[in-house]
Design a protein around this ligand. Sequence first.
Ligand SMILES: Cc1ncc(COP(=O)(O)O)c(C=O)c1O
Length: 374
Amino acid sequence: MNIAFIDLAQQQARIRNKIDAGLTAVLNHGAYIMGPEVSALESRLGKWTKAVHNISCSSGTDALLLALHGLELQPGQGVIVPSFTFAASAEVMPIMGAIPIFAEVETDSFNLDPNKLEAVLAAGQAANIDVVGIIGVGLFGQPANYDAIRTFANAHDLWLIDDAAQSFGAQWQGRPVGQLADVTCTSFFPAKPLGAYGDGGAVFTDDDKIADIIRSCRIHGMGKDKYENIRIGMTGRLDSMQAVVLDAKLDIFEEELALRQAVADRYQTLIGDIVEAPRLAAGATSSWAQYCIKLPKASDRDHVIKHLGASGVPTAIYYPVPMHQQPPYKEFPQSQCGLGVTVDLCRRVLALPMHPYLDEAQQQHIAAELRNAL
Ligand SMILES: Cc1ncc(COP(=O)(O)O)c(C=O)c1O
């Protein structure tokens, strides 16, 4: 049995006709960038996020950069961010001349630990850094605990970004991603729960001023037109062809989220007794971008990966090295409570195949081979 880690082909077969027709329409009208499909997509995204401003852009990384422009982050200022995340969450600060301050995560949700925010803020203050905000990440699809993080942020006058590159479509206490932070960013990288066939992303906010700056920065800091440049910006626009793909995928997105949840439930039943399967917090839903298990402490992860690979089961490690141990990030401040949970997760996590069309027989094979490997 050869199993796909992420299977985009079955999904494409369902929506291919709509994509073909949409791409033909773009070829005919010729508005390749930010054409009518892009504005239609933005209003459709708003139905999911309930945000006032739904601004498409060129990638999840650019969404984070645009959010930082919108929040007027200044060089030398500090932003709290988990170390257990994809590089982009932290990379955008040094790009802006600012400083990431690495925070600890919870061992079961993989997300920012609200109880350890005091210790990370203290690390920034001890280094004489003006800490202005927090980037929470909805890692693997589940939003962070934004109620507790918001309480902390308000108490310390910090703004809040939700890096929802992996968690678009999820909810926290009945509120959708898009409503959990001052600014929310997502990615439409092809492997994401809502993925395009190229790079893309979006920024969501209810704040008019932030949205104005983001729209301006998306096109080189434009003023009344793109040849009036009133601030330093970037090129951050979305292609019309990517909007066509995303529109077709949105037709089946709700159904796919339910299918992903069913896959996660089946995994829980099949392997919940041999590994620590990912757990959702009470009141949280996940878009299950990844299904990341924690192997028992004493197990040999390389052996498990090799055994599964030889049995037709691809795996991935998200993430093998925490951000605070990556060479360009080593000198940035780290939480005063240490990052022991993060380091332990990097040693033990393993992502199993996850996509809406994974069937029961495939999951039984994965579970049996994982059991054999352990
Ligand atoms: C948590 C997180 N943040 C940001 C990004 C960046 O998104 P993109 O690859 O679209 O730039 C990703 C994408 O992999 C991600 O997983």
